[in-house]
Write a protein that binds this ligand. Structure first.
Ligand code: NAD
Length: 359
């Protein structure tokens, strides 16, 4: 990997390689862009197949955070950290405190939080070394699980998309297929059920499916069948990369709106969805509720303000659709353009309109 070439190509400010011999910590902190404010993004712990895979993941995720914060109207930049290690055995206090000292050394240019493989407990350890952390426990000034706010944002984005596609805002009688009933999917089902939608659900965990059937009178389908089910809305809330050459031709919905990150396997799949007449509510626009929650927590904003901001995802999605229509571009490109224009305004120059994916 030609690191400086990649950094130049994708506009990275700083990539920090962290090594602590006494604890065995190996981490990468990628600060993509601090035009709008300090770089905010979670810390992932993962068993990467190679060092290059870890660096690439940190870069890809950090850049995604810049776009997510920009479109959400937050005054934060984009960054991300990855720790190379096994979350089952390597999550020691010493290691996370060592990581916290590296975060501290950046002097507030990067603010960390939990992500895949890390939890509130590890962020509390980081907090012992630095104030530049959010997502800590209430004892340490945190505000707990961001998933309910992520689900609320997805719900709002979905409502805006339903209105755009069907001309009506109400979800009463709409059929929504939810893939993944984890922290976000479960909360989303609750909101959808409350709004009068019919639910079709799938998860690899039997107990999660049973709960949805019992609580929300949901209809269950096998994991693979979720792509074939006739429905009004498909809500991917499990994994990234689910919209690809294999799945898009099978979809029988008018709208895709869900929480999963990086739903489009490649940039071109956003174009294919449009050709098929499926309205895509871009993932990083509708799933920004969790980021809004942790950002507000960091700034000490009251919960009512956070909720109002998350509800504002409805208007943000409307803005994305309006631009897509007026510029004749797919919705995922419209979201990127809004982010790039906000960043360019911050830098005081014109935005290039390139694709946001690629790392
Ligand atoms: P989670 O791990 O709690 O839940 C994921 C669920 O998906 C699990 O129940 C898992 O069994 C299920 N699943 C995995 N593979 C599946 C498959 N092939 N078919 C059906 N179900 C499958 O995760 P989460 O926190 O609910 O997040 C869901 C998605 O939303 C992730 O992509 C995450 O990156 C994204 N996201 C989450 C948040 C948040 O606040 N938690 C914020 C932004 C984005």
């Amino acid at each position: 990997m030609e690191l400086f070439t990649e950094m130049t190509r994708w506009g990275f400010e700083q990539v920090v390689f962290c090594h602590d011999a006494s604890t065995g910590l190996r981490a990468v902190i990628a600060v993509h862009d601090t035009t709008l404010g300090p770089a905010l993004g979670g810390c992932r712990m993962w068993m990467y197949p190679s060092e290059e895979a870890a660096v690439r993941d940190a870069l890809r995720l950090a850049r995604g955070m810049t776009y997510k914060a920009a479109v959400a109207g937050l005054n934060f930049g984009g960054g991300k950290a990855v720790i190379l290690g096994d979350p089952r055995t390597d999550r020691t206090e010493e290691r996370f405190r060592a990581f916290g000292r590296f975060v501290q050394a950046l002097g507030g240019r990067y603010i960390t939080a939990e992500d895949v493989g890390t939890t509130v407990r590890e962020m509390d350890w980081v907090r012992l070394e630095t104030p530049f952390v959010t997502g800590t426990s209430p004892d340490r000034g945190g505000a707990g699980d961001p998933s309910p706010m992520t689900a609320l944002g997805v719900f709002q984005g979905m409502r805006a998309a339903v209105r755009e596609a069907f001309g009506e805002e109400s979800l009463v009688g709409m059929t929504v297929a939810v893939q993944g009933l984890g922290s976000v999917g479960r909360h989303l089902c609750e909101l959808l059920h409350g709004a009068g939608a019919h639910l079709v659900v799938t998860d690899l965990r039997e107990e999660a499916v049973e709960e949805a059937v019992r609580r929300f009178r949901a209809r269950r389908v096998e994991a693979e069948a979720v792509f074939d089910i006739p429905c009004d809305v498909f809500a991917p809330c499990a994994l990234g990369g689910v919209l690809d050459d294999r799945t898009i031709p099978r979809l029988k919905c008018r709208v895709v709106a869900g929480s999963a990150n990086n739903q489009l396997a490649e940039d071109r799949h956003g174009f294919i969805l449009r050709e098929r007449g499926i309205l895509y509510a871009p993932d990083y626009v509708v799933n920004a509720g969790g980021l809004i929650h942790v950002a507000a927590q960091y700034k000490g904003e009251p919960p009512e303000r956070v909720r109002a901001r998350v509800e504002g995802i409805y208007e943000t999605v409307e803005r994305v659709f309006a631009l897509a229509k007026s510029a004749g571009i797919p919705t995922h490109r419209a979201a990127d353009r809004i982010a790039e224009e906000r960043l360019a305004e911050g830098r005081g120059r014109t935005a290039p309109h390139g694709p946001a994916v690629g790392l």
